[in-house]
Design a protein. Structure first.
Length: 317
């Protein structure tokens, strides 16, 4: 376990959800000598040098004149980077856990297999007491397209391929090392989407990926395709997806992330017969490793060492 610096910094944690609160409680237990505050008054606090949070509302950073580190409690740092007033010199990190890729792969495989093997139909037959055998499809004839081949996407690609599916990948700006065919950038978008019977979005949430999956791009998918979004809600235009499902071009979707979270009870995405809504639970970094990573980065920051999983603020990940 990492040790805190000789003079532990003062940390601000914004308890915006139960997800963050669990990490706050774990950090207090693991580092009882660390001064942690959860509320910020109207005046500046020059003693706070580190932030451990999921989101950073506008107006907070200017009251932290000596802030050096903004650490995300989650796998994505977009909630911190979205702050318009976070100074350029503040270093940003995201939570990374080795088991996160496998957890995400389990969830994605669950959604692919649920649709591929007609589980919703079989569940309706079960409820109706209807004995009707369904044809068993051939996974070798089905292509799963994965958008985003980072540390998580690569694991997802391997697991889905091991289930017998053809797998292809797309990245926004570079051809990452992968064991599947890779399409790159806008030039490769149409070819990638046109081959994807299942589309899995694992892209980071950045200004460049915002509203990337709109009607024009979703319409490039083959008729009957199925969409799985486990990345960030702002990447997918929900109204465009819903329209294409209702028109019959898409067979449905499994959505774990949304433009507004929690998803409002009156959203048309709820209870749609061809959609599955889950509450942003596809994969979550375990509390213990995330807290240990934060403590280690506090130590590294104090000693002038490279930080673990630092985000390139120019690209957003």
């Amino acid at each position: 376990m990492s040790k805190l610096p000789a003079r532990p910094p003062k940390v601000l944690m914004l308890l915006t959800s139960d997800f963050v609160t669990a990490r706050y409680e774990a950090l207090r237990a693991r580092a009882p000598d660390l001064e942690i505050v959860t509320e910020l008054g109207p005046q500046a606090d020059p003693d706070i040098t580190a932030l451990f949070a999921f989101k950073l509302p506008a107006g907070i950073a200017p009251r932290l004149p000596n802030l050096q580190l903004a650490a995300s409690v989650g796998a994505g740092a977009d909630g911190l980077l979205a702050a318009p007033d976070l100074p350029a010199h503040v270093r940003v990190t995201r939570a990374v856990e080795p088991g996160l890729g496998l957890s995400m792969a389990q969830f994605v495989a669950l959604q692919v297999l649920r649709q591929f093997r007609s589980l919703p139909i079989m569940e309706r037959q079960h409820a109706a007491g209807e004995w009707k055998r369904l044809p068993v499809p051939d996974a070798r004839q089905v292509t799963v397209g994965i958008m985003g081949l980072g540390s998580i996407g690569g694991v997802v690609a391997d697991v889905v391929a091991a289930l017998g599916f053809k797998v292809i990948g797309w990245t926004r700006s570079d051809a990452r090392a992968a064991r599947v065919p890779v399409f790159v950038g806008e030039a490769g978008m149409a070819a990638f989407l046109g081959r994807s019977d299942f589309l899995v979005c694992l892209l980071p949430g950045t200004p460049q990926t915002a509203r990337l999956l709109d009607r024009s791009r979703l319409a490039m998918l083959p008729p009957g395709s199925f969409v799985i979004n486990v990345a960030r809600g702002g990447i997918l235009v929900e109204d465009d997806l819903l329209a294409l499902v209702n028109e019959g071009h898409l067979s449905g979707a499994a959505l774990d992330v949304f433009a507004t979270e929690p998803l409002p009870p009156d959203s048309p995405l709820w209870r749609h017969p061809r959609l599955l809504v889950t509450p942003h639970i596809a994969a979550q970094p375990s509390v213990g490793p995330v807290v240990e990573q934060f403590i280690e980065n506090l130590r590294r920051l104090a000693n002038g060492q490279p930080l673990l999983d630092e985000v390139d603020r120019l690209v957003g990940y």
